[in-house]
Design a protein around this ligand. Structure first.
Ligand SMILES: C[S@@+](CC[C@H](N)C(=O)[O-])C[C@H]1O[C@@H](n2cnc3c(N)ncnc32)[C@H](O)[C@@H]1O
Length: 269
């Protein structure tokens, strides 16, 4: 059963939320007018934003396949999972090994409402959901969902896809990532996708302004700052890349500026 925090019906439909804007961009159905308006403003600012969102999803598919197949990881913690969009991470991982166990976390109450869709595990495996905030890593690590589902003495793949750029420097994102990785066993992995400020600074500044005027603050970071999240870990080839260049199934067909996200995977020694 999903963890059920005492959530009141606190979805503010008058303000956009990153999960629902992203859902709109991916062609989903879980958004309100404020999210649609924000997404359309983003499309005007950055016409290839949908290409970018899909490239980010494809990166999650490829990295999960790598982790489950080549790295033989059987436990996954996906923070900032978003509104379910098939295939979700557990479907990718359990396709390789039906016994894989997955915990999802997000701070948007609308994702909690969809938790059942995230929890359709294979009978051999398990999935769980925690309504939690990345800014409180201990709260996630000590949640019953994590404690009951994952064995933290064995390797876990932590994914932080398209979430860290919603943490400003004052939220101490580097400390948060260190806290999470410190709790995981040697042989664990970290997967990150992150807005790449230096890929297309002008467009990113416009995107930041578009979001900020609607109450969403984000901080895309340049390559040197994104790679710092992997300090102390062993980056897996081909290292930190514009994410459509991370072990692509086919040669990338769009320019880096259409994707403008970095992605990488690293192993805890
Ligand atoms: C752009 S979506 C990315 C979804 C998915 N990880 C992916 O890459 O396809 C960002 C997600 O992070 C969640 N999020 C943003 N800030 C968060 C925080 N501080 N704690 C937990 N979740 C957060 C949002 O609710 C949203 O679902």
């Amino acid at each position: 059963m999903p963890e059920q925090p005492s959530l009141t019906d606190d979805i503010d439909t008058t303000k956009p939320h990153s999960s629902r804007v992203y859902d709109y961009l991916l062609g989903g159905k879980d958004w309100y007018l404020a999210d649609q308006e924000a997404a359309n403003a983003l499309i005007t600012t950055f016409p290839s934003v949908r290409t970018s969102a899909r490239a980010n999803r494809d990166f999650m598919h490829r990295t999960t396949r790598f982790l489950a197949s080549e790295a033989r990881i059987r436990q996954f913690l996906d923070i900032g999972t978003g509104i379910p969009t098939a295939p979700n991470l557990h479907q990718m991982a359990q396709f390789v090994d039906p016994a894989a166990r997955i915990v999802y976390a997000d701070n948007d109450p609308i994702v909690l409402r969809h938790a059942q869709a995230l929890l359709r595990s294979t009978p051999q495996g398990r999935t769980a959901y925690v309504h939690g905030d990345l800014r409180d890593p201990a709260g996630i690590l000590h949640s019953p969902a994590v404690l009951d589902t994952l064995d933290l003495t064995e390797p876990v793949a932590l994914s932080l896809n398209a979430i860290l750029h919603f943490l400003l420097d004052e939220d101490r994102p580097y400390e948060i990532v260190k806290t999470l990785m410190a709790a995981l066993a040697p042989g664990s992995y970290l997967v990150i996708s992150h807005g790449g400020m230096d890929i297309d600074r002008d467009t990113w500044e416009k995107i930041q302004a578009t979001y900020a005027s609607r109450g969403i603050y984000n901080q895309p970071r340049p390559f040197d700052e994104v790679i710092k999240f992997f300090d102390g870990l062993e980056l897996i080839e081909p290292g930190l890349q514009v994410l459509h260049r991370w072990r692509p199934d086919t040669e990338p067909t769009v320019p880096d500026a259409a994707v403008r996200f970095y992605g990488g995977v690293a192993r805890k020694p």
